[in-house]
Ligand binder design. Sequence first.
Ligand code: GRF
Length: 194
Amino acid sequence: MKNIRLALFASGTGSNALNIIDHFAGHSCVEVAFVLTNRADALVVEKCRLRGVKTIILNNELVAEADVLFKICEEHKIDFIVLAGYLRLIPAELIEKYEERILNIHPSLLPKFGGKGMFGSRIHEAVISSGSKESGISIHYVNKNFDEGRIIAQFGCKVESTDTAETLGAKIKLLEQVYFPFVIQETVTSCIHD
Ligand code: GRF
């Protein structure tokens, strides 16, 4: 069976990137080719180094260049790009070239609490102040607008009256760890079953 090669883009602590790397280690047909980051000091860099995973570090000017990203992806024969806590905008030309082949995870039930500036604990604070009784995660394709691409899967959790941004964030993190790798697996392998 053909190997499906993933590029992970990450800017943060890398809990999702590492979970995905561990999930696909030794997988029969899906492999992580590299992790790309725009932050040399991101925790994900050190974690990847310890795991022996190839890391590509580019500055913010370079990650805004579709040609630069596309060339790297082509050189590594990338089939899908997975954004795992990546905070820069993906250049429009790259989205066109990888149409419905770039996946993102967002820590709310989109379309609620998405869009520019909605990241990290801000989202959980906004959910709590809105009085919502439910939050969760959304895994979706990336299009030209932040958090507006077609939704692939969503998983919810209860928001209790005692929840803080921190406790809600911990519930969301757990959902991400449990579901994200399986949704990636289903999505990328379904294209070879079609
Ligand atoms: C996650 O909450 C994810 O939903 C969002 O960014 C965060 C990344 O966390 N897109 P980590 O770097 O994977 O720990």
